[in-house]
Write a protein that binds this ligand. Structure first.
Ligand code: ZN
Length: 240
């Protein structure tokens, strides 16, 4: 029996090697639905070693017509995105799965992505403006800052391009393009590629009405899935 066991172990070795090295290992995507039920007005440094501090979370915006809190919309889309990515062979880590309590802040969110060695830290948000006519989809990525973001800048920009393109295609909202941000705590603390997608404007009645429907929440999730898989060099067909 012992010999048979040893033979079996030998037979399994190539399979184990494949599992630990390479194409079989699933990439990890950290999905970060922005905000939470309550704002968090405590402050945190905007980057490692910085004396400049910002509040952890101002609380997000709210639907002009739907009245939906942004935190709820972000989570709805994230919970639709998770199974799409998982079906495509991606391991998903969520920063939160409920909307209840004080927002954890952006260092905490980045730390989850860093510890997971995420291939992408995907932050899901919707925007607000004092101008109700302002609308469209845009994607933020970390501005180049030596010591903070130089290691993830190029990959983040590539991810932002891929996800923005697919999200605009999926939602059909105006393409407001990409925006580098030097002042985003969650970017400056990330040691993995990071982007933040502003799906649309909840202060615009048209986009708010649409984003509050299950059909558009699914569209948003499919766009994020396709952009993420494109960035990962995988077939986007798995997203539906
Ligand atoms: Zn937000």
């Amino acid at each position: 029996m012992r010999a048979a066991g040893a033979l079996l172990a030998l037979a399994l070795l190539p399979a184990l090697a494949a599992f630990t090295h390479g194409p079989v290992a699933a990439p990890v995507v950290v999905v970060d639905p922005g905000h939470d039920q309550y704002a968090n007005l405590a402050t945190e440094p905007i980057g490692p070693g910085s004396s400049l501090r910002k509040i952890k979370d101002g609380g997000g915006t709210r639907g002009a017509v739907s009245g939906l809190p942004e935190a709820v919309l972000n989570l709805r889309v994230a919970l639709r995105l998770r199974p799409l990515l998982e079906r495509a062979g991606v391991r998903v880590v969520m920063t939160r799965t409920q909307t209840r309590g004080r927002s954890m802040g952006n260092i905490a969110r980045a730390t989850i992505a860093n510890r997971a060695h995420a291939a992408l830290f995907l932050r899901i948000h919707a925007d607000g403006s004092v101008d109700p006519a302002q609308r469209g989809t845009h994607t933020l990525y970390p501005a180049l800052h030596r010591g903070w973001t130089d290691d993830v800048y190029a990959a983040s920009l590539r991810a932002a391009r891929d996800v923005q393109q697919e999200e605009v295609r999926a939602l059909g909202f105006p393409d407001d393009g990409l925006q580098p941000r030097a002042d985003y705590t969650g970017f400056n603390w990330a040691t993995v590629p990071a982007i933040l997608v502003e799906m649309g404007f909840m202060t615009n009645p048209t986009e708010d009405r649409l984003l509050a429907t299950p059909a558009y929440e699914q569209r948003a999730a499919v766009g994020l899935c396709r952009g993420t898989l494109r960035f990962l060099g995988r077939s986007v067909r798995a997203c539906g």
